[in-house]
Design a protein around this ligand. Structure first.
Ligand code: PMP
Ligand code: GLN
Length: 383
């Protein structure tokens, strides 16, 4: 393994899902739903295969999906992108993130990330030979946020990119317009490119709304936005994502993407185009169902003795383990299947500063109610 990747062993998601499979524990670790997507979308995929949509699609993505993505950004957010040249279909958001970082950050460049961070960001920054500058999200007023001065302090003459994930995995924070304004002002002042990870764009709760950073003044021209079908339509295994941004940036990302995978799988693309256009009510139903699941899991975790932060979006809650007498989340995550028959993710792997995150476990609530109920019943034995 090359030197720059040696710090990256097996991702925590694989490790924890493997642990769940080996022990038979309930898997509230890796974030994936245990029910299917919109039935008509699934039928569209089956039909695409049956009708012979099984050869290489165009590298940037099938035109139908690129048009559907452009229409979605326009209608939902008032952001206008040309489907030919400003929209790129990728193998999940993960490939979009990889291609964007490899295309836009080079050796020695600095990339600002909020910690806890999604694990592929740091691996890709390292692969690019770039340097990460983490800014910590800390609990304040019941949600996780950043200190604007700390963010400003992380930007220097070598900063090229800032990665912004909102709704944020694992804290569930949805950045407010005021928080985004701080980020946008820094981008404008220092001529930074923002790469935004918006995979949970539809999964926000209590009426909180996701605002894409590209909507802020001067940001469309410097934002590369990434999203994917996995979370919106409960098909994480389809690995169908997309990148939108100004043409020169998207061209740069495509230059890398074409040599990573050339194209994303064909049959899903047509089905996702259909769903983006025609399954909005289904998605609204998913959001409402997830909000109720969030509340169900939170009530159970609180009853079990954890201190829990109520997420404004995503699939996840952060639970502080200290009230139960534990301090090391990694140790507890590895013991939890044996102690309680449940798997969670130790959030500390998403931090450069372990003291900020060692005491959090991340629990996923994108599961059937009876699964959540059984998990919290088991967790109540920890006290
Ligand atoms: N970004 C975040 C914040 C995620 O939680 C995930 C996991 N779904 C991804 C990116 C990857 O998305 P995909 O499965 O579409 O590659
Ligand atoms: N995004 C999912 C999570 O955070 C898992 C993604 C993965 O397995 N790489 O749990």
């Amino acid at each position: 393994l090359v030197e720059r990747m040696r710090a990256f062993g097996t991702t925590i998601f694989a490790e924890m899902t493997d642990l769940a499979v080996r022990t038979g524990a309930i898997n509230l670790g890796q974030g994936f739903p245990d029910t299917g997507g919109p039935p008509q979308m699934l039928e569209h995929a089956a039909q695409a295969i049956a009708e012979g949509d099984n050869q290489y699609p165009p590298g940037p993505g099938v035109p139908e999906l690129r048009r559907a993505v452009a229409a979605q950004r326009a209608e939902r957010y008032g952001l206008h992108y040309d489907p030919d040249g400003e929209v790129l279909v990728t193998v999940g958001a993960t490939e979009g993130i990889a291609a964007a970082i490899l295309a836009l950050a080079g050796p020695g460049d600095e990339v600002v990330v909020f910690e806890p961070y999604y694990d592929s960001y740091t691996a890709m920054i390292a692969l690019a030979g770039a340097v990460r500058r983490p800014v910590t999200l800390r609990p304040a007023g019941g949600r996780f946020t950043f200190d604007p001065d700390e963010l400003r302090g992380a930007v220097g003459p070598r900063t090229r990119l800032i990665l912004v994930n909102s709704p944020h995995n694992p804290t569930g924070t949805v950045f407010t317009r005021a928080e985004l304004e701080v980020i946008a002002a820094l981008c404008r002042e220092h001529d930074l490119i923002a790469v935004t990870d918006e995979v949970y764009e539809y999964l926000t709760f209590d009426g909180v709304e996701h605002v894409p950073l590209a909507c802020l003044e001067g940001m469309r021209e410097r934002t590369v936005a990434i999203s994917s079908a996995g979370k919106t339509f409960s098909v994480t295994g389809w690995k169908t994502g997309w990148v939108t941004g100004p043409a020169p940036h998207v061209r740069a990302v495509q230059t890398v993407k074409q040599f990573l995978t050339y194209a994303a799988a064909a049959p899903w693309q047509r089905a996702v185009a259909y769903a983006l256009t025609s399954q909005r009510e289904w998605v609204a139903g998913l959001r409402d169902a997830l909000q109720a699941k969030r509340d169900r899991l939170i009530a159970g975790l609180e009853a079990a003795g954890f201190t829990v932060y109520r997420p404004q979006g995503t699939y996840f809650v952060q639970a502080d383990i200290r009230p139960l007498g534990f301090t090391d989340g990694m140790e507890l995550a590895r013991a939890l299947p044996h102690k309680a028959g449940v798997v969670a993710v130790p959030s500390q792997v998403f931090y450069d500063h372990p003291e900020a995150g060692a005491h959090f476990l991340r629990f996923a609530f994108c599961k059937q109610d009876h699964v959540i109920d059984e998990a919290v019943r088991r967790l109540s034995a920890l006290r």
